[in-house]
Design a protein. Sequence first.
Length: 401
Amino acid sequence: MPDYRYRAINQNGRTIRGAVFAANEQDLNGLLQAAGLDLIEFRDISEQRVMKLFQSRPKGRDLIQMSIHFEQLQRAGIPLLESLAEVRDATQTPGLRDVLTQIHREVNDGAALSTAFAGHPKIFGNIFHSLISAGEQTGQMAEAFALVTSHLKWADDMAVKVKKATRYPAILAVTVTGVVIFMMSFVVPQITQLLLSNGTELPFMTKALIVASNAIRDYWYMLPLLAIAAIAGIAAGRRTSQEFRYTTDYYLLRLPVIGQVLKKIALARFAYMFSTMFRSGIDLLGCLEASKRLVNNLALSEALSLVREGVQSGMSLAAAMRSSGEFPPLVLRMIKVGEDSGNMSDSLNNVAEIYNRDVDESVQGLIALIEPALTVIMGGIMAWIAIAVFGPVYDSLGAIQ
């Protein structure tokens, strides 16, 4: 089906630009009229689809603004189709505007809003679809969009924390690696050449330094290739083998320091998503199923599958989670309190808040730990170079005396 780029005017006289799939020119005009737009001009951009692969996706902030706008319009009692048209016209991001144009068309043709959103999973995730679907079932669309906004803000904040936890250590690691490669490729060869010219027997540490220096100088290009090959191999293994993915995820959570940070992030995400969906009116089994799909770690995802099976067979949520062996005592205690008091949503919110604070503290602690660790590694390499170089020099001076 052809892809058309168009320019049109809405009911308020504002110029709207976007792209949409249509069978032909007449179909395009009909689609835009159904969306409340009068076509001015258009062009077929089907051959430019390859370029659209490089078009950036809507950012989290774009989706947050969209969700807030939807919530305000729904609270004001604006009909859904008019709300969709208003949000679409107000959106500044071309990619998101195009998607909203398609969603408006689908809803106008009779599709449910949640179904239309589900047709774009790369932009609107499972929790987005689940919350909107719950809002449709309860008739509380404004509250559903409020929950979506809260979730998107939390997810954006969590993404910032994860980037913060990895960006600074990565920069330090690259810097240390660059310094070591420079020393081994340019500085050490000049010094060791002088030592070899004396013809004296060199100690083991100096010979090892020469071997390492020659290897880095002659095969430096292999280092990034090996790193890329290792990353690609692990990624391919995770895509093709569930067992390999489970094993890597299992041991990733058990790494010293960083494993605890990753587990806290995953548990905070689970508790917050579970609480949000439970508060929207989704039943317990539905919340567990959706949370399982949203947790990125397969070890935790399979643990949630076991929890769901346990709850389905009649166990309490706390007992089912305890039997999985993946949830810490704090989570189990808070869920037990929520079950006993009948206030599961607040208990899960408390778990999410506790782990959010723990994630902040753990990220700061991780950054504070990595910097001295890399300094120690750098110092150890420099000490090796100094001992390997100056040891033979002092031996030569002692022999002369």
